[in-house]
Design a protein around this ligand. Sequence first.
Ligand SMILES: CC(C)(COP(=O)(O)OP(=O)(O)OC[C@H]1O[C@@H](n2cnc3c(N)ncnc32)[C@H](O)[C@@H]1OP(=O)(O)O)[C@@H](O)C(=O)NCCC(=O)NCCS
Length: 162
Amino acid sequence: MVIEVREALFADAEGILQVLNPIIETGLYSAMKTPLTLAEQRAFLAGFTKRGVFIVAADGETLVGLQSIEPAPGRSADPEIGEISTFVRLGSHRRGIGRALHAQTLLGAKARGYRTLIATIRADNPRALAYYRSLGFVKTARWDEGDSSVVRTEIQVSTETT
Ligand SMILES: CC(C)(COP(=O)(O)OP(=O)(O)OC[C@H]1O[C@@H](n2cnc3c(N)ncnc32)[C@H](O)[C@@H]1OP(=O)(O)O)[C@@H](O)C(=O)NCCC(=O)NCCS
Protein backbone atom coordinates (compact mmCIF):
# COMPACT_ATOMS: atom_id res chain seq x y z
CA MET A 1 0.00 0.00 0.00
CA VAL A 2 1.54 3.30 -1.13
CA ILE A 3 -0.41 6.17 0.31
CA GLU A 4 -0.34 9.59 -1.31
CA VAL A 5 -1.34 12.46 0.96
CA ARG A 6 -2.45 15.63 -0.82
CA GLU A 7 -4.89 18.51 -0.81
CA ALA A 8 -8.49 17.63 -1.59
CA LEU A 9 -9.83 18.50 -5.03
CA PHE A 10 -13.40 19.19 -6.12
CA ALA A 11 -13.19 15.93 -8.08
CA ASP A 12 -12.66 14.04 -4.81
CA ALA A 13 -16.27 14.56 -3.72
CA GLU A 14 -17.39 11.03 -4.54
CA GLY A 15 -14.31 9.41 -3.02
CA ILE A 16 -14.77 11.45 0.14
CA LEU A 17 -18.34 10.19 0.46
CA GLN A 18 -17.13 6.62 0.06
CA VAL A 19 -14.96 7.13 3.15
CA LEU A 20 -17.34 9.29 5.15
CA ASN A 21 -20.80 7.79 4.64
CA PRO A 22 -20.04 4.24 5.85
CA ILE A 23 -18.54 5.80 9.00
CA ILE A 24 -21.65 7.95 9.54
CA GLU A 25 -23.88 4.92 8.94
CA THR A 26 -22.28 2.98 11.80
CA GLY A 27 -23.67 5.58 14.19
CA LEU A 28 -20.61 4.97 16.36
CA TYR A 29 -17.99 7.56 15.63
CA SER A 30 -19.42 10.85 14.49
CA ALA A 31 -21.96 13.41 15.61
CA MET A 32 -23.21 13.35 12.03
CA LYS A 33 -26.34 11.20 11.76
CA THR A 34 -27.28 11.33 8.08
CA PRO A 35 -25.13 10.27 5.13
CA LEU A 36 -24.26 13.14 2.82
CA THR A 37 -25.37 13.34 -0.80
CA LEU A 38 -22.96 13.95 -3.64
CA ALA A 39 -24.54 17.35 -4.23
CA GLU A 40 -24.01 18.29 -0.58
CA GLN A 41 -20.38 17.18 -0.64
CA ARG A 42 -19.73 19.05 -3.87
CA ALA A 43 -21.29 22.19 -2.43
CA PHE A 44 -19.17 21.81 0.68
CA LEU A 45 -15.97 21.53 -1.35
CA ALA A 46 -16.93 24.39 -3.65
CA GLY A 47 -17.59 26.65 -0.68
CA PHE A 48 -14.73 25.44 1.48
CA THR A 49 -13.15 28.35 3.25
CA LYS A 50 -9.77 29.61 2.06
CA ARG A 51 -8.81 29.62 5.74
CA GLY A 52 -9.38 25.88 5.84
CA VAL A 53 -7.13 22.89 5.27
CA PHE A 54 -8.52 19.78 3.58
CA ILE A 55 -6.18 16.84 3.06
CA VAL A 56 -6.98 13.43 1.62
CA ALA A 57 -5.05 10.15 1.59
CA ALA A 58 -5.24 8.08 -1.59
CA ASP A 59 -4.25 4.49 -2.28
CA GLY A 60 -4.07 4.65 -6.05
CA GLU A 61 -7.48 5.80 -7.29
CA THR A 62 -9.15 5.05 -3.98
CA LEU A 63 -9.45 7.60 -1.21
CA VAL A 64 -8.74 6.02 2.16
CA GLY A 65 -8.84 9.00 4.51
CA LEU A 66 -9.48 12.67 4.99
CA GLN A 67 -8.65 15.31 7.53
CA SER A 68 -9.81 18.88 7.58
CA ILE A 69 -9.41 22.03 9.62
CA GLU A 70 -11.93 24.83 9.62
CA PRO A 71 -12.16 27.95 11.76
CA ALA A 72 -13.72 26.73 14.99
CA PRO A 73 -17.50 27.28 15.08
CA GLY A 74 -18.44 30.09 17.42
CA ARG A 75 -14.86 31.23 17.57
CA SER A 76 -14.63 32.91 14.20
CA ALA A 77 -13.44 36.06 15.92
CA ASP A 78 -10.25 34.16 16.70
CA PRO A 79 -8.61 33.19 13.40
CA GLU A 80 -5.91 31.24 15.21
CA ILE A 81 -8.23 28.45 16.42
CA GLY A 82 -9.25 25.64 14.09
CA GLU A 83 -11.52 22.62 14.47
CA ILE A 84 -10.04 19.42 13.09
CA SER A 85 -11.80 16.24 12.00
CA THR A 86 -10.48 12.96 10.66
CA PHE A 87 -12.02 10.00 8.88
CA VAL A 88 -10.13 6.91 7.72
CA ARG A 89 -11.90 4.30 5.59
CA LEU A 90 -13.43 1.46 7.61
CA GLY A 91 -11.20 -1.57 7.22
CA SER A 92 -8.06 0.57 6.82
CA HIS A 93 -7.63 1.70 10.40
CA ARG A 94 -4.42 1.40 12.40
CA ARG A 95 -2.18 1.42 9.33
CA GLY A 96 -0.73 4.88 9.87
CA ILE A 97 -3.10 6.70 7.50
CA GLY A 98 -4.39 9.03 10.21
CA ARG A 99 -0.84 9.85 11.26
CA ALA A 100 0.20 10.54 7.67
CA LEU A 101 -2.81 12.81 7.16
CA HIS A 102 -1.98 14.79 10.26
CA ALA A 103 1.64 15.41 9.25
CA GLN A 104 0.39 17.11 6.08
CA THR A 105 -2.50 18.90 7.76
CA LEU A 106 -0.16 20.40 10.32
CA LEU A 107 1.88 21.98 7.54
CA GLY A 108 -1.31 23.57 6.22
CA ALA A 109 -2.29 24.71 9.71
CA LYS A 110 1.05 26.43 10.18
CA ALA A 111 0.89 28.04 6.76
CA ARG A 112 -2.54 29.50 7.54
CA GLY A 113 -1.53 30.80 10.94
CA TYR A 114 -3.48 28.48 13.23
CA ARG A 115 -2.06 28.37 16.75
CA THR A 116 -4.53 25.96 18.36
CA LEU A 117 -6.37 22.98 16.91
CA ILE A 118 -9.43 21.56 18.64
CA ALA A 119 -10.81 18.07 18.15
CA THR A 120 -14.28 17.42 19.54
CA ILE A 121 -14.73 13.68 19.98
CA ARG A 122 -17.49 11.49 21.32
CA ALA A 123 -16.45 10.23 24.75
CA ASP A 124 -17.46 6.72 23.68
CA ASN A 125 -14.95 6.74 20.80
CA PRO A 126 -11.78 5.40 22.46
CA ARG A 127 -9.86 4.86 19.22
CA ALA A 128 -10.29 8.50 18.20
CA LEU A 129 -9.32 9.62 21.70
CA ALA A 130 -6.22 7.43 21.49
CA TYR A 131 -5.45 8.70 18.00
CA TYR A 132 -5.55 12.38 18.94
CA ARG A 133 -3.68 11.69 22.16
CA SER A 134 -0.94 10.00 20.11
CA LEU A 135 -0.62 13.21 18.08
CA GLY A 136 -0.15 15.31 21.23
CA PHE A 137 -3.71 16.55 21.78
CA VAL A 138 -4.68 16.92 25.44
CA LYS A 139 -8.15 16.79 26.95
CA THR A 140 -9.45 20.21 27.98
CA ALA A 141 -13.20 19.73 28.48
CA ARG A 142 -16.05 17.23 28.57
CA TRP A 143 -19.77 17.87 28.34
CA ASP A 144 -23.05 16.20 27.41
CA GLU A 145 -24.44 16.82 23.95
CA GLY A 146 -27.66 15.16 22.82
CA ASP A 147 -27.56 11.52 23.83
CA SER A 148 -23.78 11.26 24.30
CA SER A 149 -20.87 12.92 26.05
CA VAL A 150 -18.19 14.68 24.08
CA VAL A 151 -14.60 15.48 24.89
CA ARG A 152 -12.64 18.45 23.64
CA THR A 153 -8.95 17.92 23.06
CA GLU A 154 -6.50 20.56 21.91
CA ILE A 155 -3.01 20.90 20.57
CA GLN A 156 -0.87 23.99 20.17
CA VAL A 157 0.57 24.35 16.68
CA SER A 158 4.27 24.92 16.86
CA THR A 159 5.45 27.72 14.60
CA GLU A 160 8.93 26.22 14.43
CA THR A 161 9.78 24.94 10.97
CA THR A 162 11.81 21.93 12.09
C1 LIG B 1 -9.57 7.80 14.66
C2 LIG B 1 -9.02 7.44 13.27
C3 LIG B 1 -9.08 8.68 12.39
C4 LIG B 1 -7.54 7.01 13.43
O1 LIG B 1 -6.98 6.81 12.13
P1 LIG B 1 -5.96 5.62 11.86
O2 LIG B 1 -5.48 5.74 10.46
O3 LIG B 1 -6.61 4.34 12.23
O4 LIG B 1 -4.79 5.96 12.88
P2 LIG B 1 -3.22 5.55 12.76
O5 LIG B 1 -3.11 4.16 12.24
O6 LIG B 1 -2.51 6.62 12.01
O7 LIG B 1 -2.78 5.55 14.28
C5 LIG B 1 -1.93 6.53 14.85
C6 LIG B 1 -1.86 6.26 16.34
O8 LIG B 1 -3.14 6.55 16.94
C7 LIG B 1 -3.37 5.61 18.02
N1 LIG B 1 -4.50 4.76 17.65
C8 LIG B 1 -5.18 4.77 16.47
N2 LIG B 1 -6.17 3.85 16.51
C9 LIG B 1 -6.11 3.26 17.73
C10 LIG B 1 -6.86 2.24 18.36
N3 LIG B 1 -7.89 1.63 17.74
N4 LIG B 1 -6.53 1.88 19.62
C11 LIG B 1 -5.50 2.49 20.26
N5 LIG B 1 -4.74 3.46 19.72
C12 LIG B 1 -5.04 3.84 18.46
C13 LIG B 1 -2.11 4.80 18.14
O9 LIG B 1 -1.24 5.46 19.04
C14 LIG B 1 -1.57 4.83 16.72
O10 LIG B 1 -0.17 4.61 16.65
P3 LIG B 1 0.37 3.07 16.60
O11 LIG B 1 -0.48 2.31 15.65
O12 LIG B 1 1.81 3.22 16.13
O13 LIG B 1 0.26 2.55 18.01
C15 LIG B 1 -9.79 6.25 12.64
O14 LIG B 1 -9.89 5.23 13.60
C16 LIG B 1 -11.19 6.63 12.18
O15 LIG B 1 -11.38 7.13 11.08
N6 LIG B 1 -12.20 6.35 13.01
C17 LIG B 1 -13.60 6.59 12.60
C18 LIG B 1 -13.90 8.09 12.49
C19 LIG B 1 -13.57 8.82 13.77
O16 LIG B 1 -13.78 8.34 14.87
N7 LIG B 1 -13.05 10.05 13.59
C20 LIG B 1 -12.70 10.89 14.73
C21 LIG B 1 -13.80 11.79 15.10
S1 LIG B 1 -13.73 13.28 14.14
